[in-house]
Structure formats: structure tokens, C-alpha cells
Design a binder for this molecule. Structure first.
Ligand code: E4P
Length: 218
């Protein structure tokens, strides 16, 4: 399973990269705004900075919602760095644009996916990644993991190569359950990734080992 970090914060991206388990980064306009990144030049420079840190795919989302605008923006983003994946919303013009990018050999991430039908369309259009937002489904009392399961079955039935990128991951159990179901990738906050490290028996065991070592070496 690939691990992506879902942030535009350079320090957190560095920390995850240093941990040695990072396969990529996803951003969105809200995450960019959270870091105070605005204006075309700053946005472009920020994507370049992320690409310099991370050894893997970097999703950069288009703002346009019309076909021509998405193509223009996406082409410009893709030219920044071969690591860039053009993130396109699941709307009619977005699906058309994903088909265009796919035919040009440009990687895409179809975002804001909330149903199996949307995921099927994204795969048919040739998306590199499809992003079902599991946390936001959970927020409205709908099982996000159930959607991942459904998409897995559909993609396996027909051998679609589109990778299932479980997005809107909120906590470590989301990651573990997505791994059990067979999501190809998950994107989540650094806190969810580092929470996987934790187990009280690890801490107790290590304390004991170090204490015994200190005793027998004093
Ligand atoms: C996906 O790529 C999105 O950036 C993200 O996972 C959304 O997560 P949220 O629902 O926590 O905002």
C-alpha cells in the first residue's frame, strides 16, 4: 500500500519523507489556503518546493471547472515537474479532461468521489488515481470503507488499472482498514501515519529492555 501525506505543509512533508515511508503528497485548494499560499506565482513555487522534497507523486488540483480551463491549467501544472499529478474534480468537464490528459500520458487524480458510479467513470476515462473521500462519508453517517470495498470489486472485475486512493483519511484505523480491503494508496495527515507507530506494550517492553541492559552493565 502506498502512503501519501495530505497536506501542503512543507515541514510535515519533510518529516514524513524523513521517516522513509512516504510515496507521495496530495494537496487541495483548502490545504494550500491553510498554509497561506495564494497568487499564481506562489502556488507554482510551492508545488515546486513540494516536488523537491518528496520522492513520489504530487497531486496539484486545478481550480477551473470548464473543459478548456482545466486543460490549460492542468497542462501548465504537469509541465512543472514529472512528479505532478493533475487533480481534477469529478464533474462532466473533469471526466472529459481526464480522458484528454490520459491520452497525452499525463497522470491524473480524480477527486471528490463519493460513489461507485463516479469511480467507474473515472476509471473508464483513464484516471491514474481515483480519490473516494471516506472521512467525509463517515461524517454524514455513511460507511466510507464500504465505498472502497465496492470500488475494489468493480476495478478487479474488469482489470481497471486506476489506483484506488483512499482520501479524507482521518485516523490510523482508516489506514489499517483500507489496507485490509485492498486500497492501493491512502492519503492522510501526518498524525494518522505516526499514530501507527504507537503501542503501549512496545513502550513498556523497550523500557524493560533498557533497564535490564543498564542493570547488567553497571
Ligand atoms: C484528497 O485528496 C483531499 O485532499 C483530502 O483527503 C480531503 O480530506 P478532508 O475531508 O479531511 O478535507
Amino acid at each position: 500500500m502506498k502512503f501519501f501525506i495530505d497536506t501542503a505543509n512543507l515541514d510535515q512533508i519533510r518529516e514524513a519523507q524523513d521517516l522513509g515511508v512516504l510515496d507521495g503528497v496530495t494537496t487541495n485548494p483548502s490545504l494550500m489556503a491553510k498554509e497561506g499560499i495564494s497568487g499564481q506565482e506562489n502556488v507554482i513555487n510551492h508545488y515546486k518546493a513540494i516536488c523537491d522534497i518528496v520522492d513520489g507523486d504530487v497531486s496539484a488540483e486545478v481550480i477551473s471547472t470548464d473543459y478548456e480551463g482545466i486543460i490549460k491549467e492542468g497542462m501548465a501544472l504537469a509541465e512543472l515537474n514529472p512528479k505532478i499529478v493533475v487533480k481534477v474534480p469529478m464533474i462532466k468537464d473533469g471526466v472529459k479532461a481526464i480522458r484528454y490528459f490520459s491520452d497525452q500520458g499525463i497522470k491524473t487524480n480524480c477527486t471528490l468521489v463519493f460513489s461507485a458510479g463516479q469511480a467507474l467513470l473515472a476509471a473508464k476515462a483513464g484516471a491514474t488515481y481515483v480519490s473516494p473521500f471516506i472521512g467525509r462519508l463517515d461524517d454524514i453517517s455513511t460507511d466510507g470503507l464500504d465505498l472502497i470495498e465496492k470500488i475494489r470489486v468493480i476495478y478487479d472485475n474488469y482489470g481497471y488499472e486506476t489506483e484506488i486512493l483512499a482520501a479524507s483519511v482521518r485516523h490510523p484505523m482508516h489506514i489499517i482498514e483500507c489496507a485490509e480491503i485492498g486500497a492501493d494508496v491512502m492519503t492522510g495527515p501526518l498524525s494518522a501515519i505516526t499514530a501507527l507507530l504507537k503501542h503501549p506494550l512496545t513502550d513498556i517492553g523497550l523500557q524493560q529492555f533498557l533497564a535490564d541492559h543498564a542493570k547488567s552493565n553497571s
